[in-house]
Design a protein around this ligand. Structure first.
Ligand code: GLP
Length: 264
């Protein structure tokens, strides 16, 4: 795991946007795995800005979102489809036909989950998967206890997650109790995983998944098994890490190596 500790939320967002733009710049038909929540919003603003100023185009990029609430119409303002349209797909130049989210309103949810997995395979797999993390260590909607080999399926949300996400709704009662989510096994199939965490509220979950044991009780800890994970943190989210000085030392060396490899 490459743990990168940055000075501010803005730097985290810019670094994540850099990674996405480097990929899409060299591979315009790249497949991106995308996340919702407050965490990636700064990254999406950065991508939209670069797109609107002609620095990058996403017109041939394919996207797959991690998850979608069950029971909210696609046009419901709090559906993840609406979130993505509003914050990235519409202000960016994404081709909606290439933007995929699980069908949370399907009559056959199990079939919808299987189809989603098949669509990702048909697209050639995910090149870069963006992730946030829940305060209890969940990724996507893989709540604690999720199988580390799980695939896309319906999950019941914990009260903690519903409470955390209630800020996007008028009241807690309106937060759905179920979601379709890519599984931990599905996420681990991505070729590069970029997890972002900002703020003191994420410090405990970050400590647990970076430095704790691999356990289904902390779903993000499964990322320790993946060969290419970049963890971008602000100072507050990194504040509980015991080995933070070492990560910063490694990062300094890594950057020197990268600079020496750049053409003169
Ligand atoms: C939800 C999403 C996750 C996200 C998490 C954290 O549960 N399904 O993908 O990582 O919220 O959200 P936030 O970034 O708002 O803290």
């Amino acid at each position: 795991m490459r743990v990168v500790i940055l000075d501010s939320e803005q730097e985290v967002s810019q670094r994540a946007a850099n990674l996405i733009c480097e990929l899409v710049g060299s591979k315009p038909d790249a497949v991106l795995g995308l996340a919702t929540g407050g965490t990636p919003l700064g990254t999406y603003r950065e991508l939209v800005d670069r797109c609107q100023t002609g620095q990058i185009s996403f017109s041939t990029t394919t996207t797959f979102n991690l998850d979608e609430y069950v029971g909210l119409d696609a046009d419901h303002p709090q559906s993840y489809r609406s979130f993505m349209r509003q914050n990235l797909f519409e202000p960016g130049d994404f081709n909606f036909d290439r933007c995929h989210l699980p069908a949370g309103c399907s009559r056959d949810l199990s079939q919808a989950c299987q189809s989603y997995e098949a669509e990702i395979v048909d697209a050639g797999g995910i090149d870069l998967q963006l992730l946030g993390i829940g305060t209890d260590g969940h990724i996507a909607f893989n709540e604690p206890g999720s199988s580390l080999a799980s695939r896309t399926r319906v999950k019941a949300l914990t009260e903690q997650t519903r409470t955390d996400n209630a800020r996007f709704f008028d009241s807690l009662d309106q937060v759905p109790t179920l979601a379709i989510t890519m599984g931990i096994g599905s996420i681990l199939d991505a070729r590069h995983i970029v997890l972002l965490a900002m703020g003191a509220g994420k410090a405990s979950a970050v400590r647990a998944f970076v430095e704790g044991p691999i356990t289904a009780q902390v779903p993000a800890s499964a990322l320790q098994l993946h060969p290419r994970v970049t963890v971008l943190l602000d100072q507050a989210a990194a504040s509980w890490l015991v080995r933070r000085d070492y990560y910063q030392h490694v990062e300094n060396i890594q950057r020197q190596l990268e600079q020496s490899e750049e053409p003169a």
